[in-house]
Design a protein around this ligand. Structure first.
Ligand code: ASP
Length: 338
């Protein structure tokens, strides 16, 4: 065994689930026991591993910002004792958690790798074994100073990742950013893509329960619903638009509602419904009208990164103008410009 040490925060997810009458459910103790008996842990390249099984293992559909904070605090509490960290998590909201952690763990200088599996460890064709073993190697033997997501032979930047396949083993991708690491018979780290090591010590930021909403446009959507959403006390809106950030420009009420909401201090971020590519509101009249209404660009950020970044910034002391400015620059490599 190497002298490296990895800390595993086990939050739940399919990886440690067992079949039940209600479908797969997390089973306390099961995965921890399996891990502690894993023969691969005895290999010389393997780090020493400590696993913290959370008291209440959850399906990640139940994750809330309070869970993100608990994970951040857990990592901070063990930060000096370990070389790297793994967060075992369900795949359904894994991209949200990876994005949120990237904003919550400021000045991170060690790898934090979020992973899980599509098939439980308890099942014959599980993908958990490879995901876990490679994550352990990456977290202990490589200098990766960022929150990343490992799945099926690829390490992705956490806040660039998305779950794109509900059942396939290649469930995740980062459509607007190349993988940080490609794993085959060799492990190829794209070192030039990694974030720079910070000079300051780790700091954790809290994300308060966000008063933020995501609204996806579709032909014929109801402006009455939009009005109700904007009047519901929200502080931020992620508007999922068409193509390069376009929305109807022939609906006066729609544009008026957005303009008034912007005037009232609601931050409206334009995020494309496309999986790949970026918002550029200057290209079409249908985008320029949004710009005039005060909508800001989410550029090539994923919806998960946009939502968690907006929630994080709204949880700080930043003014509306500062939040708008920070939303449009890269804080943790979540966006391609600047
Ligand atoms: N429903 C599960 C979860 O997100 C799916 C998984 O882990 O793959 O917890």
């Amino acid at each position: 065994m190497s002298s490296k040490r990895v800390y595993i925060a086990y939050t739940g997810g399919t990886i440690g689930m067992k079949p039940s009458e209600k479908g797969f459910v997390p089973e306390a103790g099961y995965f921890t026991e399996q891990l502690n008996r894993l023969p691969e842990l005895a290999y010389p390249d393997m780090p020493a591993v400590v696993i913290n099984e959370y008291e209440n293992l959850i399906d990640s559909s139940n994750v809330t910002p309070a869970d993100w904070f608990k994970i951040s605090e857990d990592i901070k509490a063990h930060y000096d004792e370990f070389d790297g960290f793994i967060v075992l998590h369900g795949t359904d909201t894994m991209a949200y958690t990876a994005s949120a952690l990237s904003f919550m763990l400021e000045d991170l200088s060690k790898p934090v790798i979020v992973t899980g599996s599509q098939i439980p460890w308890s099942q014959m064709r599980t993908d958990a074994r490879e995901n876990l073993i490679t994550s352990l190697l990456l977290a202990s033997r490589y200098d990766i100073p960022e929150v990343a997501l490992y799945f099926h032979n690829r390490l992705y930047r956490g806040n660039r990742s998305r779950k794109l396949d509900a059942t396939g083993f290649h469930a995740f991708s980062s459509p607007n950013f190349p993988p940080l690491v490609e794993v085959g018979s060799q492990i190829n780290v794209n070192k030039n893509l990694l974030l720079k090591e910070p000079s300051k010590p780790l700091k954790i930021n809290r994300i308060a329960a966000p008063k933020v909403m995501v609204l996806s446009l579709y032909p014929g959507f109801s402006t009455d619903v939009l009005e109700a959403v904007l009047n519901s006390g929200i502080q931020g809106l992620v508007l999922m638009t068409y193509g390069m950030g376009n929305a109807p420009c022939n609906d006066i009420k729609f544009l008026h509602l957005l303009g008034a909401a912007n005037h009232a201090g609601i931050i409206i971020v334009n995020c494309t419904q496309c999986i790949k590519g970026a918002v550029d509101m200057s290209s079409y009249e249908t985008g320029q009208e949004l710009l005039s209404a005060g909508v800001i660009s989410g550029f090539d950020m994923t919806p998960e990164a946009t939502l968690t970044k907006l929630s994080y910034l709204l949880s700080t002391e930043c003014s509306t103008a500062e939040i708008k400015q920070k939303m449009q620059i890269s804080l943790r490599g979540e966006l391609s410009i600047n």
